[in-house]
Design a binder for this molecule. Structure first.
Ligand code: G3P
Length: 211
């Protein structure tokens, strides 16, 4: 499983980059707004820190405007992936951009029919949101399991990015279901390194070596 970091915070990206396990970055308008900076500046800085796919989301709502926005965003850096919402206009834009060889990440995907549309449009990535489905008493884990099966049935090249990951359990569920990638907030990445028995085991060894 590839790990991406889901943040626009430069300090978090800088630290996570030193671990050597982060292969890409995803951002969204909420994450960029939290930083209080202009999208282009943040994206440029992130691209200098992690050499891998970097999702930047379009703000426009109609296909032609999304395409024009995407054509500007890809000028920022060679690693830019255009994140496009799962709407009819979004799917039209993905179809055009994929034919031009521009990578896309279809976001806010919550069902298999939506995923089929995105794959058929030629999306490079699809982002099912696990946490937001769980918020509605539905199952993010089940959605990922079904998407993996759908991908296998039709040999789609589109990669599944498990998103809206709120806990280490979501990461585990995404990995066991076979998601290609998980995009994980910094806090959950850090929590993934910890287990109480590891902490306790270290203490036991440290105490023993003092004797
Ligand atoms: O990757 C999508 C993510 O940023 C949304 O997460 O927690 O707002 O549902 P959340």
């Amino acid at each position: 499983m590839k790990l991406f970091i889901d943040t626009a915070n430069i300090e978090e990206i800088k630290e996570a980059a030193t671990w050597g396990v982060i292969k890409g970055v995803t951002t969204n308008p909420s994450l960029i707004a939290k930083e209080g900076r202009n999208l282009k500046d943040v994206i440029q800085e992130i691209a200098s820190l992690i050499d891998g796919p970097l999702s930047a989301e379009v703000q426009e709502a109609d296909a032609n405007s999304m395409i024009n926005e995407a054509l500007e965003l890809v000028k920022i850096h060679k690693n830019i992936v255009i994140k496009i919402p799962m709407t009819l206009e979004g799917i039209k834009a993905v179809s055009v951009l994929s034919k031009k060889g521009i990578k896309t990440n279809v976001t806010l995907v919550f069902s298999i029919p939506q995923a089929i549309m995105a794959c058929e449009a030629g999306a490079s990535y699809i982002s099912p949101f696990m946490g937001r489905l769980d918020d509605m008493n539905s199952s993010g884990e089940e959605l990922i399991q079904k998407m993996v099966l759908m991908k296998e049935n039709y040999h789609y090249d589109t990669e599944i990015i498990a998103a809206s990951i709120r806990s280490t359990l979501h990461l585990e569920q995404a990995a066991l279901a076979g998601a290609d990638i998980a995009t994980v907030p910094f806090k959950v990445l850090k929590a993934s390194l910890i287990h109480p028995l590891t902490t306790n085991g270290l203490k036991i060894f440290a105490d023993a070596s003092k004797k």
